[in-house]
Design a protein around this ligand. Sequence first.
Ligand code: SAH
Length: 376
Amino acid sequence: MRRRHHPWIYSQAIAYVDESAPAGSILPVRAADGSVIGWGQHSPESLIAVRMVSYSAEKPEEDWIEQRIKAAWSLRTGLGLDTDSYRIVNAEGDFLPGLVIDLYADTAVVCPHTRGVEAGLERIVDSLRGMRSDLHVFIRRDEHFARVEKLSTASGYARGEGEGSTVIREGGVRLRVDFAHGQKTGFYLDQRANRTLISRCSRDKTVLNLFSYTGAVALRAAAAGARKVISVDSSRSALDLAEASVSLSPGLKSDAFEWVQADVFTFLESPPRCDVLVADPPPFARRRVEREGALKGYLSLFQQCLRILSPGGLAFLFSCSGAVDRATFQQVVAEAALRSGRAARLLGELHADLDHPVAASHPEGEYLKGWMVHVQ
Ligand code: SAH
């Protein structure tokens, strides 16, 4: 049988660990017969005890991290993305497990998720500066990963300095990104292609933008000629940042926007009519045990969304739940469409933009799923 070369090894699958090796170091991984099947980074505190960095008997070259970052960055610059901001490194998707690096205009935000990445952090920062010498580099540590791997939670600049935020360009608009305090690394780069598609369908339309975060969808839709964009989010700071971004693009008029701080589920009890609806909720299920509840949540939310669309309307429905696979998500969207009582058609399947590659050996890397739905 062909080996799948999955990048993770769970702690229960390991018979013996060389405890003398420092956490995060690169170790040979041996089969039961003692032969080396590859090399991986050890995370003694985590259920995912080893992240494989190669499936070859030879030790990876000294500069494997630098080589992979360079290759990852070079891939992005060849994609012709209409922006100055993109994901430079997408962890397992770039054969750099546990490492996420997002470029926001002049600043690279580095997010270490594992002991192995923490151990190589100086090299990672140096290699980024080697490729672009004026780059600011900000280390953003995530509480979730810090807990799992018992890492520090401290964030801050490793090179350069600044306010912890910057202004990026995407399509025709400018957006402020707060990478020191915002969610994840500060911004959802993965939705870029979907924002482009949504904006293309928004000319002269009333757009309802549920779970709007810092308004990227709203600004892109308005720039493309939407009549009105109503954005709903529970986070005051996200909405404040969105409003502040409107004044950064001269073409945008503040009266095209309505910003509502509310719980989406309460807001939907008396919803406005809309021609285009976007629902991009936070993950309902990060783990498998939360899956059933998450599916019910999507079913109910999407049914309501499809009901309130005006005739001929378009819905863009998303899930970023890792524990909900693509096939199941499609079933939920179809079921919501049937239960909504509207004659609905599934127009197009949506996914993360091209700067978020998924390794063939790591299908779990694909978390963002969406459907574009038309109602009669
Ligand atoms: N579409 C956005 C990203 C959405 S992230 C973009 O392209 O940038 C999910 C957002 O949902 C977060 O901003 C979070 O504050 C918000 N949120 C989570 N639960 C919510 C709820 N019950 N009601 C309203 N907003 C919620």
